[in-house]
Design a protein around this ligand. Structure first.
Ligand code: ATP
Length: 445
């Protein structure tokens, strides 16, 4: 599938057609690399976040949730190293005016001659690399001066570090324990792109796990395995997932060890999630910059005090949505006709069940509407469709990734049974209409 530009184009157009993802401010010509999630996209995105929250918070007693603010004290970003070091090297081409990341020239192509890399075409005139800080700056309050500068956070992690003591004490936790957050982050990326893969505004799902120094390597292995397991649980193809260890040149300034989990996106293998051993770098720096003690005191042996090490798992919501969409996309032939089907895991699918009266008469619409009301009352996202041939209605739902379709036909009116069609296998079962809610609920759990 690598470098399948066609698949990417098909995905982008399906996303627009079916209401998953739209370009931001499209009627004004669009805003570069910013995307809006439409009616189906927002449901898919919520289901992804819910799956993460469930695995990382609700199913565990050693992780607490947090929702820290986007705007933080500016000193936070000095302590974290972002003001001084959150930079990418940027080069401009004076000939074609394009911008590139100096460390990614090999993966970029020259706009004038796409088969060549920037700098390789006779006309290219690349500048020397300049460092460019990726943080968005803005001003707090009415005066736009240096004293009022604040940043839009480039990661959620710092909110967890500065709240370490608050969560520890209020949650009555003991080490080892973690803090999980889902929230927006902003990076003024030099070369955003590949649809929702790299954007300037995005959402992260990050978890910081605080451990006793010395146990960090064991926990690092634990979280690597756990996170891969989670991805398999989303239904992603195992052969499109792999680990990539950061070599000495890739390691961030705070990291002792780091692994990316990569997914084979249509444009090639790329980072999807990072698992990092951040040592005590962050707590040490915040202790130093804030002047507040951030040590952990062992409740049993009060002489044992230390700054915990942090194992971080950091994944983007958008990248997860893109991987899920790319993995789900299938084209196949059914009874001599082509169909596009999104094989989304039922737990992630935006709409769980579509309800179709076979024709608009003979009490079928009323029975179908009654069924849909029951589904709605039970909190099962459903969709009612009575327009067009039944085949076309199935196709529309296949593209939306709806796992089940319920058809109300003449027999339903006579004996109270309906057919339920399974999106992937096309199997059709006839069940009692009164069993529908329980049947569907069982399959989407
Ligand atoms: P990359 O090397 O791709 O820039 P990174 O190593 O800087 O990513 P982290 O800082 O580890 O990324 O952020 C954790 C996760 O947040 C990434 O694995 C990715 O899923 C997501 N992420 C980071 N930057 C972006 C972005 N610009 N757009 C969308 N998601 C992002």
């Amino acid at each position: 599938m690598a470098n399948d530009g066609q698949l990417m184009d098909k995905l982008v157009s399906l996303c627009k057609r079916r209401g998953f993802i739209f370009q931001s401010s499209e009627i004004y010509g669009g805003t570069g690399s910013v995307w809006d999630y439409g009616p189906l996209g927002v449901e898919l995105q919520r289901n992804v976040k819910e799956a993460w929250w469930r695995a990382m918070v609700h199913e565990r007693d050693d992780i607490e949730g947090l929702d820290a603010a986007i705007l933080m004290h500016p000193r936070v970003w000095e302590a974290s190293g972002h003001v001084a070091g959150f930079t990418d090297p940027l080069v401009d081409c004076k000939a074609c005016k394009a911008r590139f990341r100096a460390d990614q020239l090999e993966e970029s192509s020259c706009p004038r001659k796409p088969s060549k890399h920037p700098g390789e075409h006779g006309d290219c005139e690349l500048t020397e690399p300049r460092l460019f800080n990726l943080m968005f700056k803005t001003f707090m309050g009415p005066v736009e001066d240096a004293a009022a500068v604040v940043y839009l956070r480039p990661e959620t992690a710092q909110g967890s570090y500065v709240n370490f003591q608050n969560v520890l004490n209020s949650g009555r936790q003991r080490i080892p324990f973690g803090i999980a957050q889902i929230g927006k982050a902003f990076r003024n990326e030099i070369t955003p792109g590949n649809f929702i893969f790299r954007t300037r505004e995005f959402e992260q799902m990050e978890m910081q796990f605080f451990v006793e120094p010395g146990s960090d390597e064991e926990w690092f292995e634990y979280w690597k395995a756990k996170r891969m397991e989670w991805m398999h649980g989303l239904g992603l193809s195992p052969e499109r997932l792999r680990f990539h260890e950061h070599g000495p040149n890739e390691l961030a300034h705070y990291a002792k060890r780091a692994f990316d989990i990569q997914y084979e996106f249509p444009f090639g293998w790329s980072e999807f999630e990072g698992v990092h051993n951040r040592t005590d770098f962050d707590l040490r720096r915040h202790q130093e910059y804030s002047g507040k003690k951030l040590e952990y005191v062992d409740p049993v042996d009060r002489n044992k005090r230390y700054l915990p090490y942090v194992i971080e798992t950091a994944i983007g919501v958008g990248r997860t949505v893109l991987a899920v969409l790319a993995d789900a996309y299938h084209e196949e032939e059914v009874e001599g006709e082509n169909r596009v089907v999104m094989r989304l895991h039922p737990r992630l699918a935006p709409t769980k069940v579509a309800v179709f009266p076979l024709v608009r008469k003979d009490d079928m619409p009323e029975l179908a509407e009654k069924l849909q009301r029951e589904l709605r009352a039970a909190g099962v996202p459903s969709f009612f469709d009575d327009s067009g041939s039944i085949g076309r209605r199935y196709r529309r739902q296949d593209e939306a990734g709806t796992p089940f379709g319920i058809t109300v036909d003449g027999q339903s009116v006579a004996d109270g049974t309906v057919t339920i069609r399974h999106r992937d296998t096309l199997r059709q079962d006839r069940i009692d209409a009164t069993q529908t809610v329980a049947y569907v609920r069982d399959l989407i759990r």
